[in-house]
Design a protein around this ligand. Structure first.
Ligand SMILES: [Zn+2]
Length: 638
């Protein structure tokens, strides 16, 4: 149970899903859309360089990236990347399959597809797209999806390119390495309205959207192919986007922690107002403190001063104790500011007077001297940083701005989900203005004919599939969901339409048995649907008993080229007659007469084990046990 009353807080949450599409080629070139672990065929090194915009000014965000002084290394592959990925060729035509999937998904979300698509650019300044922007295309707007009788707005549906994947960050040399294989793989981006009012509801919608994409057959499987973000706000707070939500069960703690964070930021804002602060109080002048701290015992500080770095501090008026307030789990407001600083300027090591300064080996004498130098009053707070002078001055500016923002409560931000369900600053939230037209691509006209062709291809909604399979085969709905998620529903249906076999047995074999083998690290992905069908055909023809299924799957995984007849031969599996089994049972009883006389029916279990050693997979276990029970009973009566 959560500690929050979501209704009272006015919780609103929306989801943003990015899912890779399963296509033959990338979105704007014809490279193979697959990831590789091989050594790269070529490596390209590039440096950031800001260029003047049309208005004769540098983009601020671009300058920030430039000042980080990073260089970028791209790992390229002849099969998975071409001159398009490295921005030496304009885009080719949009992949036709992605175009069709985009239209079909619009129809599934009750959107009228946009009839003149415009490929747009979205700036990516972290180097993950070599040309500096991602190409994205809005296919539909303002649709909805109905789940459990509630309509959830689907605000936008886009088809866009995936970015390159980050392989390594060499902090010492400031080199980021990206691999170009993932760049350009088509993605669908689905953004809902903030219509979810509790974490449970959010989890349900996220789950069903994921299920819908999976059951559609349009998307890739596996780790990293789906990424979901949450955007969340409470009435007194504002919209915060949380990226990198890896599992559905992260949702509740992430939302709960974000509520806590927003409430605490609002508290800080109220306290600042109570103390009579407004934005004009923060025209603060940085003052150098190097001299005061030159005898410091704190190693990082000491070596910085030795290397001619500067210590510069500020007095923050009437903010005493506010940076020490814990706003998310153990994370204080001061720590949150430090994280933002690190993300924006790369400078670490923010020190402030709400902290226990003993951990930095700062003495009371030094503290008094700093307070005196900064002309502090009782309610004031100090912050200082050390590093290259310009960097420190710039960083103090970031800090002052963040503190000013606290007067507005919760800033709109994009944050990253951490393993402990707290979040860390990534960037300020982008407005809708982030998209601008791509001058390399012509508009794409969606004709009536294209929509007519797409309409009959709309797949069943997963909830319809679940009802249909349930009504037909009466297996648990949980199993049906598992069949969809494991993409074994099609083969399940194929087997049951071709053979008269217990649906439960097929379902359990396809799910549990295969899962158990996979846990033993057997390469079950090598087993094809046709092979799976062969096993059930053999069962149907009574060539094997159901007990043999696991062993046959195992052999199929290990020897993918071997056909079913050979496997049965190798495993010495042929079904045997009841007479033969009776003979085996008679032999076992004969050998164990004394034991059975002593133990009575308790001897049944070990006897059954002995018999099954010989007949496993050749006769149904239930039949064997019936026969054995009858025989032992008869023997005991003699
Ligand atoms: Zn390419």
């Amino acid at each position: 149970m959560s500690k929050w009353n979501y209704k009272e807080l006015g919780l609103r949450a929306g989801i943003e899903i990015h899912q890779e599409l399963d296509t033959e080629s990338k979105l704007f070139c014809r490279c193979t859309p697959e990831l590789t672990q091989d050594d790269p065929d070529f490596i390209i090194r590039r440096n950031f360089r800001p260029v003047l915009g049309e208005m004769g000014e540098f983009d601020k965000a671009m300058l920030v990236e430039y000042q980080k002084g990073l260089s970028i290394q791209y790992q390229g592959y002849d099969a998975y990347s071409c001159s398009y990925e490295i921005d030496e060729t304009p885009p080719f035509e949009m992949d036709t399959r992605s175009l069709e999937i985009g239209i079909i998904l619009c129809l599934m979300f009750h959107m009228a597809p946009i009839r003149e698509l415009h490929v747009c650019r979205k700036n990516y300044l972290d180097g993950s797209v070599p040309c500096g922007f991602q190409r994205t295309t809005i296919f539909g707007l303002n649709g909805y999806i109905e789940i459990d009788n509630k309509k959830y707005g689907v605000n936008t549906l886009c088809v866009e390119e995936d970015a390159a994947r980050k392989i390594q960050y060499d902090e010492k040399n400031k080199i980021i390495t990206y691999r170009l294989d993932r760049l350009g793989i088509p993605l669908v981006e689905i953004v809902t309205d903030p219509d979810m009012n509790t974490p449970e509801e959010f989890e349900k919608v996220a789950f069903n959207l994921g299920l819908l994409l999976r059951s559609s057959g349009f998307v890739k499987r596996g780790i990293g192919t789906i990424r979901q973000d949450i955007n969340v706000s409470i009435r007194s707070g504002s919209r915060v986007e949380i990226k990198g939500v890896q599992k559905l069960d992260w949702i509740q703690p992430l939302i709960d922690n974000e509520i806590e964070r927003q409430l605490n930021l609002v508290k800080i804002k109220e306290e600042m107002e109570k103390r009579g602060l407004n934005k004009s109080n923060f025209n603060i002048k940085p003052i150098e403190l190097t001299e005061i701290l030159k005898e410091t015992k704190f190693k990082p500080l000491k070596s910085a001063i030795k290397n001619k770095k500067k210590v510069i501090g500020i007095k923050v008026p009437k903010m005493k104790d506010l940076l020490g307030i814990k706003i998310q789990n153990d994370k204080s407001f001061g720590k949150e500011i430090a994280e933002k600083l690190k993300s924006i300027t790369g400078l670490k090591g923010l020190i402030h007077s709400d902290e226990d300064l003993k951990k930095y080996k700062i003495t009371n004498k030094e503290i008094s001297a700093i307070e005196k130098k900064l002309k502090m009053d009782e309610k004031d707070l100090f912050i200082f940083l050390f590093g290259p002078k310009n960097k420190v001055i710039e960083s103090l500016d970031v800090i002052i701005n963040r503190i000013k923002m606290a007067l507005d409560g919760v800033p709109q931000e994009t944050r990253r989900a951490e393993e402990d369900f707290t979040t860390e600053f990534i960037r300020e939230l982008h407005g809708g203005k982030r998209l601008y037209p791509d001058t390399d691509m012509h508009p794409i006209i969606i004709t009536d004919k294209m929509i007519e062709t797409a309409s009959p291809k709309i797949p069943e909604y997963p909830w319809e599939i679940i009802d249909r399979i349930y009504n037909e085969y009466k297996i648990d709905k949980e199993f049906i969901i598992d069949l969809i998620l494991s993409e074994r529903l099609a083969i399940f249906e194929r087997i049951l339409s071709n053979y008269e076999i217990d649906p439960k047995l097929v379902c359990i074999s396809l799910l549990e048995t295969l899962k158990a083998l996979s846990r033993k690290n057997l390469p079950i992905e090598k087993i094809t649907d046709d092979q799976l069908e062969d096993v059930f055909a053999a069962l149907n023809d009574k060539k094997i008993a159901k007990e043999a299924i696991e062993e046959i799957f195992e052999t199929m995984a290990l020897k993918p080229k071997m056909n079913i007849e050979k496997i049965l031969k190798e495993l010495d599996i042929k079904s045997i007659s009841s007479d033969a089994v009776e003979n085996i049972i008679d032999e076992v009883i004969e050998k164990n007469q004394q034991f059975i006389k002593e133990q009575g029916m308790r001897a049944f279990k070990p006897m059954m084990g002995d018999v099954m050693k010989v007949v496993r997979g050749k006769m149904d276990g239930k039949k064997v046990s019936d026969l054995l029970r009858t025989k032992i009973t008869k023997f005991l009566k003699q």
